[in-house]
Design a protein around this ligand. Sequence first.
Ligand SMILES: NC(=O)C1=CN([C@@H]2O[C@H](COP(=O)(O)OP(=O)(O)OC[C@H]3O[C@@H](n4cnc5c(N)ncnc54)[C@H](O)[C@@H]3O)[C@@H](O)[C@H]2O)C=CC1
Ligand SMILES: CC(=O)C(=O)O
Length: 360
Amino acid sequence: MKKATSLSELGFDADGPSFFRQVSLSDDCNGRTPRRRLIKVSVIGAGNVGMAIAQTILTQDLADEIVLVDAVADKVRGEMLDLQHAAAFLPRVRIVSGTGIELTGGSDLVIVTAGARQIPGETRLNLLQRNVALFRKIVPPAAEASPESILLIVSNPVDVLTYVAWKLSGFPPSRVIGSGTNLDSSRFRFLLAEHLEVNAQDVQAYMVGEHGDSSVALFSSISVGGMPVLSHLQRNHRSAVTKKVFDGEALEGIRRAVVGSAYEVIQLKGYTSWAIGYSVANLAWSLLRDQRRIHPVSVLAKGLVLGVPPDRELFLSLPARLGRAGVLGVAAELVLTEEENKRLRQSAETLWGYCQALAL
Ligand SMILES: NC(=O)C1=CN([C@@H]2O[C@H](COP(=O)(O)OP(=O)(O)OC[C@H]3O[C@@H](n4cnc5c(N)ncnc54)[C@H](O)[C@@H]3O)[C@@H](O)[C@H]2O)C=CC1
Ligand SMILES: CC(=O)C(=O)O
């Protein structure tokens, strides 16, 4: 009879409890099971948003190690323990926490959510000065500790702070991404789906530009189940659905509702967290699992917005293809209506004004 191969020879943990009998595996394994590279994700800022992201990533079995960093030691330790106590119901993940950025060293993905958040009625852009000061402290050491990582920025105003993180990190633009309008687009798809009585996952629709008040709804490219909605509705303008949908007011109402979404939630519960948690975990999945999916995220849009001088280094959301190396490509030739292009240019101008004023 063939001698049982030891667990360590097979590439399993050799230091497991002795009361587990070693198993002999068949020759099919060729005597060795290769170990997969472990994935480390760090979340800097363990507030409402950071914790919603961490817990969504945890449930999705996406990381082998999650590091939580926050300036408040007790709070971040409490959050870590609370998640660790769910270990019996979750995939096995090492969860570490502390106040030092050095804990994030060797991360594959560093997600930054630290910083001031809006009070009811306040705009995202109003947070800029406070959060730039914070980024000066956080980003350089985080980039140094994980020089090969992808930086995913969530703190607001996310487009300008993604630009700041790009400048401060010295990373190539492909590895500095802002969560951008991935969240706005989900809100857009949800509201359109409600209006059309379909599933939001079957609605393809993008918000682009600033994650904020000047975001742009791309009405002309909305499709449901592969069917272009506007052109179909124009052809069949007498149907009940058409009447309901091909109504400029209804569409404008949906756009306004998307832009007002965060203000409404902040007014009601003080902050937004669940949707951004899923949005960022969804981005993390595309990046770490090399999914090559298209997401509207904040990327270096130099030369990509018609009518904006091509030398302007600004970050705003455009549909981008994401994979293990970060941003693999950006939709450079979006077909926009004149109105959509005008709004995107205005959004770019607004963001450029803020980036320029920082003189980084
Ligand atoms: N991009 C997006 O779609 C969204 C962005 N946000 C933004 O995310 C940010 C965080 O929001 P919340 O989690 O609700 O705020 P929060 O106040 O609950 O959490 C912020 C955390 O940052 C921590 N922090 C402050 N200085 C730090 C430092 N030097 N190092 C590490 N941690 C530090 C604080 O201790 C706090 O725990 C805000 O800027 C908010 O506007 C929020 C929702 C959506
Ligand atoms: C706060 C914020 O940026 C959002 O929920 O959209």
